[in-house]
Structures are given as C-alpha cells and as structure tokens.
Design a protein around this ligand. Sequence first.
Ligand code: HEM
Length: 155
Amino acid sequence: MNLNSLYILLHIISAVIWVGGMYFAYMCLRPVAASQLEPPQRLRLWVGVFDKFFPVVWVSVVLLPLTGYVMIFSIWQGFAATPLYVHLMNGIGTLMILIYMHVYFTPFARLKKAVAAEQWPAGGEALAQIRKLVGLNLSLGLLVIVIAGGGRYFV
Ligand code: HEM
C-alpha cells in the first residue's frame, strides 16, 4: 500500500472531525442552548462540551499539518513544485490552527475560570468571543475544503 493513502486518510478524517464538530456546535447546539438555557446552565454546558471536543481538535491540529507536509515532500518533493491550491490550504489551515490555539489558551481559559468562580457575566463575554472565533474558523474550514477538494480540477 502506498503510504500516501494512509496520510490522506488521516488528513481527511482530521478535517472532517474538526470542521464537522464546529458545524454541529455553531449551527445546531448554540442556537438551541441559547434559547433554552439560563446563563449558569448554558455556560456549564459549553465548558463540558469543549472539554470533550478540544482534546480531539488538538489531535487534528497536529495531524493536519504533519500529514500535509509529509504528502508535500512525498508527492512534489518540496514546496517549489506544489500546486497553488495546496499553498492556499497550507496558509489558511495554518491561520485556522493559530485561531484555535488562541481560543484554547485565552477565551476558553477565561470561560473555565469564570464558570468555576460562578462569574456569569465574565463567562458570557468569554463565550461570545469563542462564538465569533469558532464562526470564523468554521467559515475558513469550509473554504479550505472547497479549495482542497476542487483545487486539482481548477488548476
Ligand atoms: C495545515 C496545513 C495543511 C497542509 C500542509 C495540507 C496539505 C495537503 C496536501 C498536500 C493534500 C494532498 C493534495 C493532493 O493530493 O492533491 C491535502 C489534501 C486535503 N486537505 Fe489539506 N493541508 C493542510 C490543512 C488542511 C485543513 C485545515 C483542511 C480542512 C479544514 C484540509 C483539508 C484537506 C482535504 C479535504 C484534502 C483532500 C483533497 C482531495 O484529495 O480531494 N487540509 N492537504
């Protein structure tokens, strides 16, 4: 078996779990939680949800660039011959990873602290920041999937 088939499999599964998870959280869980739960229950729910989701996202944000760079060197022997759609995926993907890390270390850390101290307004502010950044990352993720999936047919 060509090892690239293993790399692309890990790469695509990582992308599907990360972007699909953001879609479910942003488009499905968020509006229902906002309309049905009071701040204490809602903020506790999100800490629990992120505590389950973020460890998996850490695995994805390591596997995506790792498998991506291994494929770049194995298929094109480096960046010089790599097609434009892969450069775009690398650039936007790296931006997504930096945004995720910022979410994890800044507003998510604030959300956890606020919930532990039962400071609901501070928790609400941190959650609002996470919502904006996850909305941005979801849009970028869908764009990368269009570029990655369609790229070879356009160039
Ligand atoms: C972070 C740096 C990244 C690098 C260096 C990278 C690199 C690559 C490479 C080399 C391929 C194989 C392309 C081919 O064989 O034509 C690929 C495929 C793919 N990548 Fe990425 N990628 C990155 C991030 C991402 C992200 C963040 C996503 C999704 C959110 C993503 C989604 C995909 C998909 C869906 C494919 C399959 C495309 C296809 O074969 O039709 N990648 N990537």
